[in-house]
Design a protein around this ligand. Structure first.
Ligand code: SF4
Ligand code: SF4
Length: 73
């Protein structure tokens, strides 16, 4: 079996009701996991996510949660 190098990616959830479409998460995500679509953040590249947590930490409306993340070793 070939070992997969990429980190296991936990769930990222965007709460559409809380997202006000400010785009901060898109700006902070160096992996380009997120994009703006119809005025809301959407996940477009989840396999690139490194679980850096920046989107969750920077979202002023707490609309993003990165599953696993810092609690997952
Ligand atoms: S930072 Fe939060 S409120 Fe702003 S676009 Fe991203 S998810 Fe929406
Ligand atoms: S956890 Fe980091 S890499 Fe993943 S979507 Fe958020 S900002 Fe991008």
């Amino acid at each position: 079996m070939v070992k997969i190098k990429k980190q296991h990616v936990g769930d990222i959830k965007i709460n559409e009701k809380w997202c006000k479409g400010c785009g901060i998460c898109v700006e902070f995500c160096a992996q380009k996991v997120l994009e703006m679509k119809n005025g809301r953040a959407v996940l477009v590249n989840i396999e690139q996510c490194t679980q850096c947590m920046l989107c969750e930490l920077r979202c002023p409306d707490f609309a993003i949660t990165v599953g696993g993340g810092i609690n997952e070793k």
